[in-house]
Structure formats: structure tokens, C-alpha cells
Design a protein around this ligand. Structure first.
Ligand code: GLU
Length: 304
């Protein structure tokens, strides 16, 4: 398959499409991002890199970071992690609070905000310096030592973070947050602010395409079975309450963020990262989803 050619073709096709959606403005600092940015990188399992557009510009990966923090916590706790968070799609918005009360403070899955806050709480309990530890892990996964947090974005989110504060306080009241809420929120906002390029993101996700080899990054080990389970979670829960639509249209495990990025994997074949800051009302990049739908349609290859 000539992925380079396919990507260039879809890139041209998508650029002509009038972009719908709007930049995330509930985090003030994200609203200043140029809405016309569009980048894509696909890396084959043999390591061939194919890119187009703004693929080497860093952007705020936001919730895509939830895959990395889950990987670390899953490695540290093993199956005990599922006592703290479920593995079911939520069918509700990423920052919804309603289920948390019905389900006694246990989030539906680790990829909605509530679940990621629990994962941050676990890393806070288990690690003396979780911010540095997470940064080191992501740098190693992506193979780039200059990746960093954007503290302006983290601060901006904190200033408007009433929803996340409500979620974490609700979970704390049920005993599912063990550390001071302000400290865990600070870790969560910092991790969400991490910035990667499409190429760095695709490199990081390449590790999740390899379902035949155990994973060991900075001493965090995951078995093949654990990698497959992370892929299963991405498929069922990775695009908030649009995960069904993404499985239906694209057919790959993936994770999105409100910064407009989507990273996805076709196990044994490739990883791919797209970025376009214009998101729909569910929080997913409109052009990014369209691009990935065209990719799996034209190549006639998804996980199904
Ligand atoms: N930091 C964002 C929030 O908590 C992440 C949301 C996202 O990318 O889905 O609202």
C-alpha cells in the first residue's frame, strides 16, 4: 500500500472541504489557536513515516494524554486498576457528572475526565514526582527529549476548571480519590497541556500497534494482553460519546482531544495522528475524523 500517495490525496481532498466545527473555547488559551492548521502523520510498523501539512507543529494533545497515563497506572496496578475505574463506554459527554452519582464515584472508563482524574490520583499516590515521571515516559515513547508541558494552557484550564473540580470532589466524597483534590487537579491540568507534533504522536502510538510484543518504556511494562486491552478501550471509549460513530466510520482504536488531535492505530499495520483544531459538539476534530474515515475507506483496511 502506498500510504504516502493516499495521504497526499486525502489531504488535498480535505483541504477543499469547508471546515466545520469551532476551536475549544472553554479553555481560554486553546481558543487562540489558528483554526486553519491541519497536519497528519502515518507511520507504518516498519517505521516508514508519511506526513502532510502542519505535521511538525506542536499542539495541545489534551485528552490523548489519557492513553499515556492509563498505560503507566495499568503497568503499576495491573488489574487492580479496574476497582477504581470501569471499562464501559459512558454514552455521556467527556465531562459529564450525572453517572458519577448513580455509580457511587466510580467512573465508567479511564478516558472520560472523571476516569483520568482517578488515574492521576493513582500516579500521585505511586510516584514521588509524577509530573516529571509522566513527561519522561511520553518523551521516551515519542523519542523526543524536548516535548514539554505548556503551563500557560494548564493555568488557563485551571482558571475555568469548575467542571473538573466538581467531578473530583464528587469522587472524593465516595472515597475514590485518595489525595488532596487540588494536587490531583494540578497534575491533571498539567498532563493535559502536554504538546506534541503529529509525527511525535504517531511515534508514541506506534508502540500500541505492536500487539505481539510486550512493552517496556522507562521501566513501565505492559504485556501484549494489556496492550490489546488498551486498544479495546480506545475503540469503545476513545472518542467520548462519539466512539460508536468513530468505530462505525473509521474502524480503528483511537483517542481524541479537544485540542483537535486524534491518534489511532491499525494493529500490526500503522499508527496515525491527525490535527485540525476545529471540533464538533462532542469534542472531536471534524476534519480529523473525516480524514481517518477516508483513510480506512480508500485503503480498504480497518480492524474489522
Ligand atoms: N483538559 C480537558 C478537560 O478536562 C481535556 C478534555 C479533552 O480533551 O477531552 O476538559
Amino acid at each position: 500500500m502506498d500510504y504516502g500517495k493516499v495521504i497526499k490525496e486525502i489531504y488535498a481532498e480535505i483541504s477543499d472541504v469547508k471546515k466545520e466545527g469551532k476551536v475549544a473555547d472553554y479553555i481560554p488559551e486553546l481558543s487562540v489557536v489558528d483554526p486553519d492548521k491541519f497536519g497528519i502523520t502515518l507511520i507504518t510498523s516498519e517505521g516508514r513515516i508519511h506526513s502532510a501539512g502542519d505535521s511538525d507543529e506542536r499542539f495541545s494533545i489534551q485528552s490523548i494524554s489519557k492513553v499515556f497515563t492509563l498505560s503507566m497506572a495499568f503497568s503499576l496496578l495491573g488489574d487492580k486498576i479496574w476497582d477504581r475505574t470501569g471499562v464501559e463506554p459512558s454514552g455521556s459527554p467527556f465531562n459529564s457528572i450525572v453517572q458519577l452519582e448513580y455509580e457511587k464515584g466510580k467512573p465508567r472508563n479511564p478516558f472520560i475526565n472523571a476516569g483520568a482524574l482517578v488515574v492521576c490520583d493513582i500516579l500521585f499516590s505511586k510516584r514521588a514526582d509524577p509530573k516529571n515521571e509522566i513527561l519522561g515516559f511520553v518523551r521516551k515513547l515519542a523519542g523526543c527529549g524536548s516535548i514539554n508541558y505548556n503551563m500557560k494552557v494548564a493555568e488557563s484550564e485551571r482558571s475555568a476548571g469548575y467542571r473538573n473540580a466538581a467531578l473530583i470532589n464528587m469522587m472524593r466524597s465516595y472515597g475514590n480519590i485518595k489525595n488532596p483534590v487540588e494536587k490531583v487537579l494540578d497534575l491533571y491540568y498539567t498532563v493535559c497541556s502536554i504538546e506534541l507534533t503529529c509525527t511525535e504522536l504517531a511515534k508514541a502510538f506506534l508502540h500500541y500497534t505492536n500487539i505481539r510484543k510486550d512493552f517496556d518504556i522507562c521501566g513501565y511494562t505492559l504485556t501484549r494482553s494489556q496492550i490489546r486491552r488498551i486498544n479495546a478501550l480506545m475503540l469503545c471509549c476513545g472518542l467520548y460519546d462519539e466512539s460508536g460513530e468513530f468505530a462505525f466510520e473509521v474502524g480503528l482504536p483511537g483517542k481524541s482531544g479537544v485540542g483537535g488531535g486524534i491518534a489511532a492505530v491499525n494493529p500490526d499495520h500503522y499508527s496515525v495522528a491527525v490535527w485540525s483544531p476545529l471540533i464538533n459538539e462532542k469534542g472531536n476534530s471534524v476534519a480529523g475524523m473525516k480524514f481517518l474515515e477516508r483513510l480506512t475507506t480508500i485503503t480498504d483496511d480497518s480492524i474489522f
